[in-house]
Design a binder for this molecule. Structure first.
Ligand SMILES: NC(=O)c1ccc[n+]([C@@H]2O[C@H](COP(=O)([O-])OP(=O)(O)OC[C@H]3O[C@@H](n4cnc5c(N)ncnc54)[C@H](OP(=O)(O)O)[C@@H]3O)[C@@H](O)[C@H]2O)c1
Length: 386
């Protein structure tokens, strides 16, 4: 039992407790929106009290750091996490804090007396957006989680509710695609893109996959081809002096069949160029803006190709879906036996001070911000030694 807070806690975040506490858990919090490498902080907090009748206590195993989590911390994302004034009784002044993380895989450690269908040891994922998953343990309402089927590996389960679900729904919800139809996507090496490639291949669809050029492009190309990509191309081929050649190659690959669906992860000028490869009556589905640039479309393309534009947001899908639909989606994703994007685990060991843990998390968000990182990062926050 200790009463002292872990060292290196920034003075701007004053937390206090009135009685001796055991700091048995740790969360990655931010007091206000800002640059993640400046505002994220590790914070230890006490053991959870026993769950209320309809809630469960969980221990998080893996919680991804997704691009949208970064946007949330920057204050640039429409979904906001809930501000909390305390973590398991450990109080914050100055208006409270936010816990980072939307997605995660957790193991049930205790169940409330009225909980049905879940028991200690079951694995769950979050069905409520912005659950604050970057922490070692949490109390959750049982209606805010979904049980994970036994067949799903931990890495798969931890990353399925956002990226894999998005890929699955975008390929289903907008165009009635038949075997042999073509789909274009940019950001094809993203976690969503890799899932699109695999789900499309599973359905017999062909994919035209655009990525940024890089030193190891051939390696990336063979990695995506092994997942089922039909063609992998860099945006360089969209340059004015090579576009004509690209268009002829696409004609050859598709046998002149119109491309009917474009999944846009990036936006900006390359996306505008890609629109010219679409067939008549095609659909553009935008789900990301990794270039941080707007999406613009020549009016002529809009008119003469009769394009239809949609936005897709998986969080909205969860808001509108019934519990049954959510469960079905999880079962379908698990049934597809997709390979999750390569990931590395950032473990915050039990013995780290909050200061050391803070630096580890800030380092990784800095690296991710540089781009071309190539791997998803999953946080595993061990319960600190008390
Ligand atoms: N709407 C939704 O419901 C929904 C759901 C899931 C994800 N998303 C969004 O989808 C996007 C991808 O998410 P993810 O988790 O799959 O990402 P990820 O695995 O972290 O991959 C990021 C991708 O973005 C590319 N990229 C980064 N900066 C870029 C730039 N300036 N120009 C062009 N490409 C750039 C990366 O290419 P390099 O390898 O070349 O860096 C990589 O392909 C994010 O914007 C995310 O917020 C939206």
């Amino acid at each position: 039992m200790i009463t002292k807070l872990h060292s290196s806690r920034p003075l701007s975040l004053r937390a206090f407790s009135t009685s001796p506490i055991s700091l048995a858990n740790r969360a990655i919090i931010f007091p206000k929106a800002g640059n993640p490498a400046d505002v994220l902080q590790a914070q230890t907090y006490p053991s959870l009290p026993p769950p209320t009748p309809h809630s469960i206590n969980v221990r998080y195993r893996f919680s991804p750091i997704n691009p949208a989590d970064i946007n949330v911390i920057e204050g640039k994302y429409p979904a906001k996490p809930t501000q909390v004034n305390d973590l398991a009784g450990f109080k914050f002044d100055n208006g409270g804090v936010f816990v980072g993380g939307n997605e995660g895989l957790a193991v049930v450690t205790e169940v409330g007396e009225s909980v049905e269908g879940l028991k200690k040891g079951d694995r769950v994922v979050m069905s409520k957006p912005q659950s604050g998953t970057w922490r070692s343990a949490s109390a959750l309402d049982v209606k805010d989680v979904m049980k994970v089927p036994d067949e799903a590996s931990d890495g798969f389960a931890a990353t399925m509710t956002v990226n894999l679900a998005t890929a699955y729904n975008m390929l289903n919800d907008f165009v009635d695609l038949k075997e042999g139809d073509w789909v274009i996507q940019n950001g094809a090496n993203s976690a969503v893109g890799q899932a699109v490639i695999q789900i499309a291949a599973h359905r017999g669809l062909k994919t035209l996959n655009f990525v940024r050029n890089r030193k190891n492009f051939d390696e990336l190309k063979s990695q995506l081809t092994n997942l089922g990509a039909t063609q992998v191309i860099t945006y360089d081929e969209l340059a004015p002096d090579s576009f004509k050649d690209l268009r002829s190659k696409v004609q050859q690959w598709t046998g002149g069949n119109p491309i009917r669906l474009f999944l846009n992860c990036v936006s900006g000028p390359t996306t505008t160029s890609l629109l010219r490869l679409l067939g008549k009556d095609a659909h553009l589905v935008s789900y990301g803006a990794m270039s941080k640039e707007p999406l613009s479309m020549p009016t002529s393309l809009f008119i003469f190709k009769n394009l239809t534009c949609h936005g897709f947001w998986q969080s909205r899908w969860y808001e509108d879906a019934t519990e049954e639909e959510k469960r079905e989606l999880v079962e379908k994703l698990v049934g597809l036996k997709l390979k999750e994007a390569e990931h590395e685990v950032l473990t915050i060991p039990a013995g780290d001070s909050d200061g050391v843990a803070t630096e580890k998390v800030r380092d990784v968000v800095r690296k991710l911000a540089k781009g071309q990182y190539g791997k998803k990062v999953l946080l595993n926050i061990e319960q600190p030694v008390d």
